[in-house]
Design a protein around this ligand. Structure first.
Ligand code: NCD
Length: 305
């Protein structure tokens, strides 16, 4: 039995397989409409979510399966003090696969250890978010036609943003990837990723504070929200929250084919006027999230169509 904890749980070849399957699902959804008939997905969400939870659920429903779960910790027995280990032992009796989001780094790993069903990490604190990375890879491949030889700008909260952490881990395995890390000093990429991943593997990167300086040289811009819930005090958040605002004027500095991705939710970091720009790809990205999660569910359940 396989779980998904980190994007590195899949080899580059397996990622290719997943993305090809997702593209086939997109092209011919009818073929997969009953693939998971009789199967159940449990969504165990101890932290807020719109896209991740509902796209996992939509994915399972699109495959003809059913869904059950909770969307807040306080509506589950966690509020009574139940451990993740006990919860997953119970859920293993009710469902065939589950997706778990938790505020504590490592909680889905604890679940996987005690689970009889595949566990998908749907985001654990400021650590990892592998299904968002699968979504991002499929989106980049769909838009740019490749995953290699690219300069990628990662902008915003690089310290607490788990989507960025997972995406870096995944992308360094492709040749010719360079990063421009765009963040305020206080929200720089943690050194455990900068040194242990980028430096160790000799991945070219630069760190800049001004978005305007980076824009002309990017193939892709990945914007992120300042992660309010991970700040220790409100004052720091308020100081940081509007540090970056991508607007129409700044988009004029960017190449014609520089797509803008964002895992969403957006707060202020992308002005709504950018939504009409043909390079704004974040809602398309949300759509890709359903196809790749369908492919993931089929793969973890070992269902062949
Ligand atoms: C992200 C997350 O939860 O980490 N959202 C998502 O899953 N699409 C990004 C965020 O919350 O900023």
């Amino acid at each position: 039995m396989r779980h998904l904890m980190s994007p590195l749980d899949f080899s580059v070849e397996e990622l290719d397989y997943l993305m090809n399957l997702a593209s086939d699902i997109e092209a011919d959804p009818g073929k997969y409409a009953h693939a998971c008939a009789g199967k159940k997905l449990a969504t165990l969400f101890y932290e807020p979510s719109t896209r991740t939870r509902l796209s996992h659920e939509a994915a399972m429903l699109n495959l003809g399966g059913s869904v059950l779960g909770f969307s807040t910790a306080d509506s589950s027995s966690a509020a009574k003090g139940e451990s993740v280990a006990d919860t997953i032992r119970t859920i293993s009796c009710y469902a065939d696969i589950c997706a778990m989001r938790h505020h504590k780094e490592g909680a889905p790993m604890v679940a996987a250890k005690h689970s009889r069903i595949p566990v998908i990490n749907a985001g654990d604190g400021g650590h990892q978010h592998p299904t968002q990375t699968l979504t991002d890879l499929l989106t980049i491949r769909g838009l740019k036609g490749r995953l290699e030889n690219m300069t990628i700008g990662l902008c915003g909260d690089l310290k607490f943003g788990r989507t960025v952490h997972s995406l870096i881990h995944a992308l360094v395995r492709y040749p010719g990837i360079r990063f421009v890390l765009i963040s305020p000093e206080e929200l720089r990429l943690p050194s455990y990723i900068r040194s242990d991943v980028l430096d160790q593997q000799d991945i070219p990167y630069e760190e800049v504070v001004r978005l305007e300086d980076a824009l002309p040289n990017l193939d892709l811009l990945y914007m992120t929200r300042v992660q309010k819930e991970r700040f220790f005090n409100e004052e720091d958040y308020v100081r940081m929250k509007d540090f970056y605002i991508l607007d129409r004027k700044k988009m004029e500095l960017a190449p014609e084919d520089m797509y803008v991705l964002h895992p969403l939710p957006r707060v202020n970091e992308i002005s709504v006027e950018v939504d009409d720009d043909p390079r704004a790809a974040y809602f398309k990205q949300a759509q890709y999230g359903v196809y790749i999660r369908m492919a993931l569910i089929l793969t973890l359940l070992e269902i062949e169509v």
